[in-house]
Design a protein around this ligand. Sequence first.
Ligand code: NAG
Length: 375
Amino acid sequence: MRLITLSSAVLALASAVAAATGKAEGFAASVTGGGNGRTVYPSSNSELVNYLGSSEPLNIVLTKTFDFIGSEGTATEDGCLPWGTGSKCQKAINKDNWCGNYQPNAPRTRITYDKAGMLGITVGSNKSIVGQGNKGVIKGKGLRMVSNVKNIIIQNIKITELNPEFVWGGDAITINGADLVWIDHVTTSRIGRQHMVFGNQASGRVTVSNCDIDGRSSWSADCSGNHYWGMYFTGSQDMITFKNNYVHHTSGRSPKVQGNTLLHAVNNYFYSNPGHAFETASGAMVLAEGNVFQNVKATVENGGGQMFSSPDTNTNAQCRSALGRPCQLNAYGSSGKLTGTDTGFLVNFKGKTIAAASTANVAKGVVNTAGYGRV
Ligand SMILES: *[C@@H]1O[C@H](CO)[C@@H](O)[C@H](O)[C@H]1NC(C)=O
């Protein structure tokens, strides 16, 4: 009797973690991921890779660390030192002759990097990738959604250790030609290049929520421990909801937005950034509301994009016609202020699924809820 009770308890636990928890808010609200597909528990790197790449709808539950470091060997070659020779400066891999083309005067240095980090694991359509508790960790390799895949949920996992010493050492999450992707409660840390890169093809509808973008690193382009290459949203046809994320110890691209990207940045907490948070280049359409900036030197570097910075309650009432509600004020502590009162692009929100906005006071709490192991 006791045995039967125990096994049904285990079964109940298993089905509770089988699929993703909750629902996406904002642009990717209709995502279902693996949906009613099988639930699988990969036990090896190759099983994980096969499940992720399959064409079957799957709920893939990660119950351990999948360590890819060393799985494809190492490469030793000449790289360069674009940011200085200090021990805390990031070095650059000469990927596609990047050093030769863009850093002709930087000193050269012999480097050894891990090859597995360079290219992420391909993820097929109709997948949920969900970590169990705080056990779902992928080390040394990222995830990559390309070739027009659709309907993917990544929830409650950590991606870490992608050649953090070297720019071009790997991207944690890549979207380049996709639609309907929800990235929720994901922690990215110690990454070589981008924590998230969405471009140059269409990323379609994306929601990034409750993520911990942890820029702390022993090597960085600012040579002081704050990763520069945070998020790069540069797709040709992108609608991104970015809500309740904790973005900290970065020094640039947090995020950089360009291409043709409508970004709703709402209720995020940006903390400790000696460089810049937003970079708005040509094609960026950024609505920033209800965010908190604490110790962020420049909250925005404007390179020709558009931003509505939700500057005061009178101006924020202009959100009503497109969003059906006023926008929320951002809050600042020892930080520069966002600028930008572009309202022309707000019409693009009309008829879309739009994330709700709480006050910036509420956003400060994401430090206790963002990241993996907290679903
Ligand atoms: C994903 O699921 C949808 C809905 O069931 C289906 O139409 C589509 O063909 C699936 N995609 C792939 C690549 O199997």
